[in-house]
Ligand binder design. Structure first.
Ligand code: ADP
Ligand code: MG
Length: 388
């Protein structure tokens, strides 16, 4: 199956549920009478949001009211449309269902980029990595599983695949290898992004590349990355809000036929190997908090760091077109630029907080995501596919 994507960058919007941790700390167990009162409290904290499109799930509406100096109430209605809007009750498997085709197309030899964008605490990492249980597993483990499933199916058609994973983090313009087994907090190696225009492959130098032989391995990798992150950071949340992480799955296939290494199934025809090769890659990107990308800095950041971060963001602004540049710092920008030039399947997931307190940040994010949604990209073409 060949999936040709032309035109706009696809954008999904996902609103997370209100969590117990969102409740004010004063709402201690004794004060809250029971389940019902808890629900009322959650309800009161919610921003006024509606999902009127019950058929296609493409719309989200936000309502705000403010009082003018004259004491007159002003009501505003903001309506946004995306390729798909996921309500707070939506599950990981529902979200993945809409993305799984992209996992399929990287097996077919395409480059795929999926970005999670949104303010800190809006559910980016939950969407991408997810929790430990099968039902809460995020897009990364699900995509890996899907790729393995498809690769297995393709075996009967004579294709043999090699699947590899890498995981990096970009923090203050420095690439950190999240799968490194080094125990030092500082990166022991300097990693650089290299692009080969001949093969249109983008690689990062000296990065740990882990051969994947089963989908369950990905859980270990995510845990290894988590451990690595905690070695490197004293302020975990601070760091995660200021860094981008990129999980890359590389898939390369060779058409060996069914007569050679893999034995043909009973009664089926033997397919001769053609030596045809096919390479694809799937990038799953968990971006820095959008409040950072919108250049607002929290407390505890020194003036020097502030200046450095602002410069880094400005650099990326000049390096790329308006929209994508605002998304990412200079390193990720390179990724996106090349991937876009090589015509990739590009998908953004905008994560939103459901809280009234975050309404203005949500509006900023929704406006930005609309811009991204209206950005034109070229027709996707397959990466290096050659007959040898
Ligand atoms: P971010 O990476 O955008 O900063 P997280 O993914 O860490 O945000 O989410 C913040 C908190 O909300 C985490 O505790 C996470 O488990 C929880 N969370 C996010 N989205 C959901 C969801 N859809 N369902 C349940 N919990 C969620
Ligand atoms: Mg996160």
């Amino acid at each position: 199956m060949v999936l040709e994507l032309k035109g706009n960058i696809r954008v999904f919007c996902r609103v997370r549920p209100v969590l117990p941790s969102d409740l004010p700390s004063t709402a201690s167990i004794e004060e809250v009478e029971g389940e019902e009162e808890l629900e009322t409290m959650k309800e009161e904290m919610k921003a006024n949001m509606a999902f009127p499109d019950k058929r296609d799930h493409k719309e989200i509406v936000l309502y705000s009211s403010s009082e003018s100096a004259m004491g007159i109430e002003r009501k505003e209605v903001y309506s946004f449309g995306f390729d798909r809007v996921f309500e707070p009750t939506s599950t990981q498997s529902e979200v993945f269902e809409e993305i799984s085709q992209l996992a399929q197309s990287c097996i077919d030899g395409y480059n795929v980029c999926i970005f999670a964008y949104g303010q800190t605490g809006s559910g980016k990492s939950f969407t991408m990595e997810g929790g430990n249980s099968d039902s809460t597993a995020g897009m990364i483990p699900r995509a890996v599983e899907q790729v393995f499933r498809v690769a297995e199916e393709m075996k009967s058609k004579g294709w043999e695949y090699k699947i590899e994973g890498q995981f990096l983090e970009i923090y203050n313009e420095t690439i950190h290898d999240l799968l490194s087994t080094s125990t030092s907090a500082e990166p022991s190696k300097k990693h650089e992004i290299k692009h080969d225009p001949k093969t249109s492959r983008t690689t990062v130098t000296d990065l740990t590349v882990v051969p994947l032989t089963s989908p369950s391995q990905v859980k270990l990798l995510l845990a290894r990355a988590q451990k690595r992150r905690s070695v490197a950071a004293t302020l975990m949340n601070e760091r995660s809000s200021r860094s981008h992480s990129v999980f890359t799955l590389r898939i390369s296939g060779v058409m060996v036929g069914t007569g050679s290494s893999s034995s043909p199934t009973e009664g089926s025809e033997v397919i001769a190997g053609t030596g045809e090769t096919c390479e694809g890659c799937l990038n799953l990107v968990d971006l820095a908090g959008s409040e950072r990308l919108n250049v607002s800095f929290g407390p505890g950041v020194t003036e020097k760091e502030r200046v450095k971060e602002t410069q880094s963001i400005n650099k990326s602004l000049s390096a790329l077109g308006d929209v994508i540049a605002a998304l990412v710092d200079v390193f990720v920008a390179k990724f996106v630029k090349w991937e876009l030039e090589d015509a990739v399947h590009f998908q953004m997931v905008l994560n939103l907080s459901p809280l009234a307190a975050h309404l203005s940040e949500s509006l900023t994010s929704l406006r930005f995501a609309t811009k991204v949604n209206n950005t034109q990209i070229g027709t996707a073409k397959k990466a290096a596919k050659t007959n040898s």
